[in-house]
Design a protein around this ligand. Structure first.
Ligand SMILES: [Zn+2]
Length: 269
């Protein structure tokens, strides 16, 4: 839940050819002046991790925690845990798809801070679970709020978080096992890469729509060195513009991805 605090600080390489058009974005200083000042709410956009979250179909085991020491026996309480890198609210590192790309620990920390661009497609997704973000929708956002700035963290708000953690409703599989949930289109992703965003995020299992057999947006976006945030928690408290996102992944050496704690800072007016 949001808490009140005072803040002072401010495809295959798209098929190789397509992705080649996007140079891996260099590290850039986060625009700290964009951080809301004054009375600010912190919204936690991550789910707590346990063994009964919605996993990717086919992942038999996703998480396990074991008690390692107890207060009664050892005098202190610790656990060990095991989990898949892509489970719950997590970050996809560029190395998740294209070989030779940045692993989780190698992503420049500056990219974890950025102004939030929230693209709301709740109405469209409610009518069509296979909806993909249109370029028009981005144009409408820019019309209202100005050009998407470099270093932005762009979040697709589909409303799917309301289905979490109901496996059946969240995956929304048909009789053939194909999933149906909204995602980014290739055209939209290309435009966002042109804007030099730091990351893309969504409140579904995947940046690509659920019915995608080959994840073209993953190949394109990760191929361009941009990370992805998946299974973001309830985004309803975010304004379309003006919030600031901090996406802090575990610094897992060699990781293709991993759990991430995502916060949005929202000015209280
Ligand atoms: Zn992932």
């Amino acid at each position: 839940m949001a808490s009140r605090v005072r803040m002072v600080f401010g495809w295959l390489a798209l098929f190789c050819a397509g992705a080649a058009g996007y140079a891996e974005a260099g590290s850039q200083t986060p625009s700290l002046e964009e951080i809301p000042s004054g009375k600010t709410r912190v919204i936690d956009l991550s789910y707590a991790i346990n063994d009964h979250l919605v996993s990717w179909p086919g992942d038999a085991k996703a998480f396990e925690a074991k008690t390692y020491a107890t207060v009664a026996k050892e005098g202190y309480f610790t656990r060990s845990f095991w989990m898949l890198e892509h489970y719950g609210t997590h970050m996809d590192a560029p190395a998740h798809f294209p070989p030779g790309k940045t692993t989780l620990d190698e992503i420049a920390a500056e990219k974890f801070f950025g102004p939030a661009v929230v693209l709301d497609v709740g109405k469209e997704a409610a009518l069509d679970p296979d909806y993909v973000l249109s370029v028009k929708k981005i144009a409408a956002w820019e019309e209202k709020h100005g050009k998407i700035p470099p270093g932005a963290i762009v979040i697709l708000r589909t409303g799917w978080a309301a289905r979490w953690p109901d496996v059946v409703r969240y995956r929304n599989q048909d009789a053939d096992g194909k999933m149906h949930f909204p995602g980014f289109s290739m055209e939209a992703a290309k435009l966002l890469l042109d804007r030099k965003v730091s990351g893309l995020g969504c409140d579904t299992l995947s940046i690509d729509p659920g019915n995608s057999p080959d994840f073209p947006v993953h190949h394109l976006v990760l191929g361009a060195g941009v990370y992805q945030l998946e299974n973001l928690a309830d985004l309803s408290g975010l304004p379309e513009a003006g919030a600031y996102v901090i996406a802090a992944p575990i610094k897992l050496e060699g990781g293709s991805g991993g759990p991430v704690r995502v916060f949005a800072l929202v000015a209280e007016r």
